[in-house]
Structure formats: structure tokens, C-alpha cells
Design a protein around this ligand. Structure first.
Ligand code: ZN
Length: 234
């Protein structure tokens, strides 16, 4: 659990933006090809430099980038990574839009088991799991479907789970100005499962608490026990 304000600020710092070449691919990226007529020719247009690097990466891995199965791999990887890191260019406030509503309700609102897929910035391998988000409104509530979209904004970039958790909490705090916010993420990291320590069943749990979720023990306990409940992440 992260409780120091200084650490929270450091964790919330935005990562450096992407190179323009890959950014140009974002928006239309579907991760499933597309294609140009001559796969052997150096790629032209958006992502060309990135594709050339992936092709070189394949060579360095001892592969033949000209063999059939790999011909369009550089293009697919470029599009896929553009999509998977596209959240870095999105402002969380823009996905909420006008889905903020005046409401006198001042009890805890919680959405559990929000599916989460992100990329670990140390290995560029996926980590995935569930986010549980709660807040106590102070005059404003947000459309519930917006919470998963806020998760996606911060998950779709090179991340560490700790910073992801803090960024979601901070975004909700800024957008909603609630009495308090709590975020718990439980995730499995392929960099741990497929390599290194090869611990297939370990889960990493992080939490970020703001406002009354931090200052009021009863609120914190209510939230954490709800977050610990029937999780789908097993
Ligand atoms: Zn990793």
C-alpha cells in the first residue's frame, strides 16, 4: 500500500510521450494487419521506422524476417503497440465527457472486477487482472460505464502496477472531487509467470486511497473488505 503523498506524486508523473512515428498509427490501429502490397519492401508511411526496427529485432533474435509467417509481423507489432500504448495520448477527462451528474447520494459507490490489461514497462510484457474502484460522491456522480474507460486510459501505456493504481485514483479525485476514492488492483504479470521467478499463481495487489478512504478507518475497512470479496481474479 502506498501512503506517502510524495510517493503518490512521483508515481503519478506522466511517462515520456511516444515517438511521432508510432503516434501516427494510433486511432485506426486494430492489431490485425491491414497491409501493403509488397511485404518485402521497406515499409513506407506511418510506423515505417518502427517496422524497420522490429524487422531488425527479428534478425537479432536469429529469425529470418523474410519467411512467410514473419513477413507482416513488423507491421502487426507496430500497430499492436500503437494500440496498447495509445492511452498515453488520451486525457481521462475527455473519456468522462459530460457523464457527470448532480446527485445528493453520499454513500460509497463501487464497481468491482473491472478487467484490466496493461504492459509492464520493465519487460514490455503484459500484466492483467482486475481493478476495484470506489468513491464517496460530494454532489457529483459519474456514469458507471466511465470507470472502466478511465482504467483503460491509464492501462494502455507502458506501466508499473503501482503507478497505474495511483493514476486512476488521482484522475477520479480530480474529475469528481469526491469525499474519497479507493482503488485496488490485483494483477498477474507475465514477466514473472513466463520468465524470471516463474511463479505462475502469484498475484500482485496494490491499493491507492484518497480522502475519507485514507482518513476514516471505517470507510477504509468497508472498502477493502468489499474489494477482497468475490473476486473474479483467481
Ligand atoms: Zn516486468
Amino acid at each position: 500500500m502506498l501512503t506517502s503523498d510524495a510517493r503518490a506524486r512521483a508515481l503519478a508523473a506522466e511517462p515520456t510521450g511516444p515517438a511521432p512515428g508510432l503516434r501516427a498509427l494510433r486511432g485506426g490501429a486494430d492489431g490485425h494487419g491491414g497491409g501493403h502490397a509488397d511485404d518485402d519492401a521497406p515499409a513506407a508511411g506511418p510506423g515505417a521506422e518502427f517496422q524497420a526496427i522490429v524487422r531488425r529485432q527479428l534478425e537479432l533474435l536469429g529469425e529470418d524476417p523474410a519467411r512467410e509467417g514473419l513477413l507482416r509481423t513488423p507491421e502487426r507489432v507496430a500497430k499492436s503497440l500503437a494500440w496498447l500504448t495509445g492511452g498515453a495520448a488520451v486525457d481521462a477527462r475527455s473519456v468522462v465527457g459530460d457523464a457527470l451528474f448532480a446527485e445528493v447520494h453520499e454513500s460509497m459507490v463501487m464497481v468491482r472486477d473491472i478487467e484490466l490489461y496493461s504492459l509492464c514497462e520493465h519487460h514490455m510484457l503484459p500484466f492483467f487482472g482486475k481493478a476495484h474502484i470506489a468513491y464517496i460522491p460530494d454532489g457529483k456522480i459519474v456514469g458507471l460505464s466511465k470507470l472502466p474507460r478511465i482504467v483503460d486510459v491509464f492501462a494502455r501505456r507502458l506501466q508499473v502496477q503501482e503507478r497505474l493504481t495511483e493514476q486512476i485514483a488521482d484522475a477520479l479525485g480530480t474529475i469528481l472531487r469526491p469525499h474519497g476514492v479507493g482503488v485496488v488492483i490485483e494483477a498477474q504479470h507475465l514477466c514473472m509467470m513466463m520468465r524470471g521467478v516463474e511463479k505462475q499463481n502469484s498475484r500482485t495487489i496494490t491499493s491507492a486511497l484518497r480522502g475519507t478512504f485514507r482518513s476514516d478507518p471505517k470507510t477504509r475497512e468497508e472498502f477493502l473488505s468489499l474489494a477482497r470479496g468475490q473476486s473474479g481474479c483467481r
